[in-house]
Write a protein that binds this ligand. Structure first.
Ligand code: 5GP
Ligand code: ZN
Length: 114
């Protein structure tokens, strides 16, 4: 999608600190981290929200979770623990309408929102 910020990051049009990339997903550091580790994982394909995932696109979730495991290991938070979150639509706290997974860690997460 032309004007989508996460599409632009995925295409490499905006310099971001990419953490991991496969042919289907890209992961990069959140611009406003709320924890010492705060990485976003997005599909390269523009999918607006979790609810827009069609049956035939569900595989992308597995790829995103797999990336979350790799990132957690690489960042050294796998053992201590971390959180994986997908915000959905306004009441779910979604601000960017390109499907993304947050990986938070590196501190004790106490509240429900990370
Ligand atoms: P949401 O609230 O939609 O689940 O999360 C959107 C996240 O994207 C927020 O944590 C926000 O800090 C992050 N974000 C927004 N714009 C940018 C950007 O241009 N670059 C990066 N790296 N992160 C962004
Ligand atoms: Zn997009």
């Amino acid at each position: 999608m032309e004007d989508c910020i996460f599409c632009k990051i995925a295409r490499g049009e905006i310099p971001g600190s990419k953490v991991l990339e496969t042919d289907k997903i890209v992961a990069f550091n959140d611009i406003h981290p709320v924890a010492p580790v705060h990485v976003l994982i997005v599909p390269k394909e523009h999918i607006s929200t979790f609810m827009d995932l069609q049956e035939n696109k569900m595989d992308i979730l597995g790829e995103m979770y797999r990336a979350a495991q790799k990132i957690a290991r690489e960042k050294g938070i796998a053992e201590k623990g971390f959180r994986v979150t997908v915000n959905v639509n306004p009441d779910g706290g979604q601000l960017i309408f390109h499907l993304h997974m947050h990986v938070f860690g590196g501190r004790k997460l106490t509240d429900a929102m990370g």
